[in-house]
Design a protein around this ligand. Sequence first.
Ligand code: DAH
Length: 350
Amino acid sequence: MLQDKITQYTSEVSAFTTNNADELEQFRIRFLGTKGIIKDLFDAFKAVSPEEKRTLGKVLNEFKQLAEAKYAELKDSSSAVDTGKSADMDLTLPGEGFELGTRHPLALVRREIVEIFNKLGFVVAEGPEIEDDWHNFSALNFPEEHPARDMQDTFFIRKAKPGEDDGKGDIALRTHTSSVQVRMMESGKPPFRAIMPGRVYRNEAISARAHCFFHQVEGLYVDENVSFADLKQTLFYFVQELYGEGTKVRFRPSYFPFTEPSAEMDISCTICKGDGCQMCKQSGWVEILGCGMVDPNVLENCGIDSNKYSGFAFGMGIERIANLKFEIKDLRLFSENDVRFLKQYKSALI
Ligand code: DAH
């Protein structure tokens, strides 16, 4: 009985052929599957008499090998057949295409600022985002009790312990890029002419108008006989390049610990051209940066002779410049990575 079945299946397997993957899978399940014919035959084999077992065992094993070999052979050739399907592909069809990314609006604005200052001979410098108190505050002439050092503004990483301190004080996330000025002046000799873009951090609640991190570009120019007139002309040129000729500027006296005298610079509102709108709060002017003549104390803190050298510095927020350029009203958009927002800045592709 068992012998007959094996003979019958042997001829079936020997005759079987296909180049269809589904049919081949059916074959595998029918003969080689865990509930397949071969399994059944082996189960039935257990019940036969010991004499029969001797002959039938061999026949059964040969049948199993035959089925396995058949499956392997057809599988090899059918995978060749499957890849052969590419012969049916229409190679003249258009490709699927892929979407090009766009540059982030802040990266675009930073690049534009850098390019303008490059034309005036300013080089780009960078510094660490994790700073010590010396570079972020003390060297920049911040008084010991200055509110900017306060926990409310600064993300401290490590409070300096007396005795263990390396002399540079607390470690914090830098609150402004002015720290890079100090690093630059400490590590070189005048003249310095550099702009320093980077990310800065402040402990502020996130809203449409404030964020706990944002970006600044710092500028520094130190040489012999640098005057406030140089500062004004440099920034005037910058504004004409960035917002177009005819953009007006005005300087208002201000205070920063690291500059004396200090000023804030306004430009005529780029959106209403000075007529008054929401962006400029109907004043026709918008503030874009802080600036001034580098305080002699700062030069001396960095090892530069303040009798021989003078300089100017300025600092601006890149988000603010981008807001005016692209009329973006919510600061949070810059860090949310919503592609519907980001992909509007197609000029990035150039
Ligand atoms: N560091 C200032 C800030 O974060 C900006 C600034 C003002 C930088 C005046 C300067 C400067 O270099 O001269 O608000």
